[in-house]
Write a new protein. Sequence first.
Length: 150
Amino acid sequence: MAKSEVRIDKWLWAVRIFKTRTIATDACKKGRVSIGDALAKPSRMVKVGDVVKVRKPPVTYSFKVLALTENRLGAKLVPEYMDNITPRSELDLLEVVKISGFIDRRKGLGRPTKREGRELSRFTEQAYGDDLGWDFDFDDDFLSDDETEI
């Protein structure tokens, strides 16, 4: 017998929106999941036809519930259980963030990765050319007569 309702945290985990059920539960508790226009607690029941919105900054994804399950699905089966109805404008925002990700680094994210460093080098070379305009010549001509090289 098929269930008519399933807990939202179980469904989000089962259709692979979140990697673990604990993460899905935490997202509900933090107010990042809503059904319709109402915030959803982890124990809130979801049914077929509901529209679930999940906020994963900077994008708010929208999913329409097509079928219910409490068991984790294989990736190929997910389209049978939900329909991604996220507006194109939200997905475009995600692309912009991916492109500008290495330029707009938030404080506390640590050093750039090797890939980001190469992309930054390429960017600065294109912007300023190979010669970055440094006119510094570190010879000993700036030393006074009484100073000697070490």
